[in-house]
Design a protein around this ligand. Structure first.
Ligand SMILES: [Zn+2]
Length: 279
């Protein structure tokens, strides 16, 4: 089911992980941001768009995580864009002979059979520094940042003031930092990402996170940014975060987000040991 969130912008939500697909109306058809995860729901979306007489003329994947790079044949053969890094990561992944099995292992078991992988990760990389989606529709600004995963980008639909935030600013997931195994600093990268989103916050009427509910108005958007930042600061400082998304106040069915937090706290502690930094 498509729900309008602003003039010319609709969303389609997938039940399991509350993945939001954002549909932006252009002149000849629509831009689809993060197409969805289960075959049946992407086919349903394709059908809804067909009934509206709006073909998909472009796609965009906000980042190279499995739940954001899927596609269904019925959505058609429009170019599916992503940042250059997102496309490169997907190309690398698909170049391994056993890539499908590796991806299948990441899928939640309850839907693993219903996630079509043939068109997984076929992303056309936009040259680094591209600031707008190349399409025949309203201006959509690309805000690339290093938080959560390399090659991540939020999209800001300027005319309708909608921010599609990718895996940031969710009311169900705490910030999920890039893994701590490399030489990069996932904490600082997350804070950089939040600052970049904050730079457009005053102009946002509707925020659509990659997962969870949309938020209306700059004040609510700022509140989500502050909540994410407070979480990242607590994680960085080794404190227990005071965060409604984890612990007893977590949404029913989302209690497992506390496990994500525990895992991140442990990874960060191991990283500190490895690097020999105190605290
Ligand atoms: Zn996601």
């Amino acid at each position: 089911m498509l729900t309008q969130v602003a003039e010319g912008v609709l969303i389609h939500q997938s039940p399991l992980l509350q993945n939001n697909t954002v549909v932006v109306q252009g002149r000849a058809g629509v831009l689809l941001i993060d197409a969805g995860i289960q075959g049946s729901e992407m086919a349903c979306l394709a059908n809804d768009l067909r009934e509206l007489g709006r073909p998909v003329v472009a796609g965009f994947s906000t980042h190279p995580d499995w739940d954001h790079v899927l596609w269904h044949a019925e959505l058609g053969e429009a170019p599916r864009y992503g940042t250059a890094r997102c496309a490169a990561i997907m190309r690398d992944l698909r170049s391994n002979a056993g890539w499908k099995a590796r991806v299948a292992e990441m899928l939640p078991p309850e839907i693993a059979d219903e996630v079509p992988l043939d068109l997984f990760g076929l992303i056309t990389g936009l040259p680094a520094g591209t600031t707008r989606i190349p399409w025949d529709g309203p201006d959509v600004r690309i805000i690339e940042h290093p938080a959560h995963s390399p090659g991540h980008a939020a999209l800001f639909v300027e005319e309708s003031c909608v921010l599609a935030a990718g895996d940031m600013l969710s009311d169900v997931f705490v910030p999920m930092l890039d893994d701590f195994g490399g030489t990069n600093d996932p904490v600082e990268e997350y804070l950089v990402g939040l600052r970049l989103l904050e730079s457009v916050a005053d102009d946002v009427d509707v925020l659509v996170p990659g997962h969870g509910s949309a938020a209306d108005g700059a004040d609510r958007v700022r509140a989500r940014i502050e909540l994410d930042r407070a979480y990242v600061h607590a994680l960085r400082d080794g404190r227990a975060p005071d965060d409604p998304r984890i612990g007893p106040s977590a949404k029913p069915g989302w209690e497992w987000v506390s496990d994500i937090h525990d895992g991140q706290a442990q990874s960060l502690a191991r990283r500190r040991e490895r690097d020999g930094t105190p605290g």
